[in-house]
Design a binder for this molecule. Structure first.
Ligand SMILES: NC(=O)c1ccc[n+]([C@@H]2O[C@H](COP(=O)([O-])OP(=O)(O)OC[C@H]3O[C@@H](n4cnc5c(N)ncnc54)[C@H](OP(=O)(O)O)[C@@H]3O)[C@@H](O)[C@H]2O)c1
Length: 261
């Protein structure tokens, strides 16, 4: 897809990967719709992007807010050409540390939010016969580590969402791209305290990437209509191992992952 003049809606655009992706899409000639809860940070980014960005503050965990958001985006900008489902949060807790409310919060964003946002625009995109849905996912959707129950389940949910979208959108002209980075040097772990300590030791073999590296890979994958992009390269080896040797992968995650205190 030639990104020049296209409208790209990015969720979770107030920090990290989403903010870096907004800058990268604008560099590629697109206009961006920035979505997150923190309006001040979105406005700051929009100012930096100098006329190419439009701010839509919303809590994506609430389907009513997503319906209102979609109506406003369509009225102000039209139907987006690209939707980047990137907003995400979730503390890493063992199942027996989690309350039902924790579990609901971890499913709300990214999993349910990605579904809400995609449903809110899908009919228009299919009718138009073009577009791309991008989903930012985590390696936990391939290799599940302990001590991150709701987080891991939500990312497996996102993996299912990607597959179900591919099945439904086949032949419509609307493509689907899954972007999966390893550990990213964003504020994610500061925003979700107690999680970084639970990254399994074995994952130290995969170098940490920056939000800017993820953004460049995400925008390039969108422009080239790619189905999936994993980064850094080493993560492809981990995903291949999870595919070929799932029990060995489970063992490695358990042996080097978080232990109950
Ligand atoms: N960091 C990593 O190591 C890593 C690795 C693999 C995948 N990922 C995934 O990449 C995505 C982006 O993460 P990041 O690393 O850029 O983290 P981040 O800096 O914490 O950014 C998360 C973004 O999601 C937004 N968000 C959270 N809850 C929201 C809600 N209820 N409604 C609307 N927006 C909401 C936040 O904005 P507001 O607070 O302003 O709402 C923020 O813009 C996440 O889905 C994460 O799971 C991260």
């Amino acid at each position: 897809m030639d990104l020049r003049g296209k409208i790209v809606l990015i969720t979770g655009a107030s920090s990290g990967i989403g903010a870096a992706a907004a800058r990268e899409f604008v560099r590629a000639g697109a206009d961006v719709a920035l979505v997150a809860r923190n309006a001040a940070r979105l406005n700051e980014l929009a100012k930096e992007l100098d006329g190419a960005a439009h701010v839509f503050p919303a809590d994506l965990g609430d389907p009513d807010e997503v319906v209102a958001l979609a109506a406003e985006v369509k009225a102000r900008l039209g139907v987006p050409d690209v939707i980047v489902n990137n907003a995400g949060a979730g503390r890493w807790l063992f199942v027996d540390e989690s309350t039902p409310h924790d579990f609901r919060a971890m499913a709300a964003v990214p999993y349910l939010a990605a579904g809400y946002v995609t449903c809110a625009f899908a009919a228009d995109m299919v009718r138009r016969g073009s577009g791309r849905i991008v989903v930012v996912n985590s390696p936990v959707s391939r290799a599940t580590w302990p001590g991150a129950f709701g987080y891991a389940a939500a990312r497996w949910g996102l993996r299912g969402l990607v597959n179900a979208l591919r099945a439904d959108l086949r032949g419509t002209g609307v493509g689907v791209t899954e972007v999966m980075p390893g550990k990213v040097s964003s504020d994610y772990f500061a925003n979700n305290p107690g999680s970084e300590e639970r990254v399994p030791a074995v994952s130290a073999i995969v170098p940490t990437v920056t939000p800017e590296q993820v953004a460049r890979a995400l925008v390039a994958a969108t422009a080239r209509d790619r189905r999936r992009v994993l980064l850094p390269l080493m993560l492809r080896a981990v995903a291949a191992q999870a595919w070929l040797a799932p029990r060995l992968t489970d063992w490695l995650m358990g042996a080097t992952g978080a232990k109950r205190r």
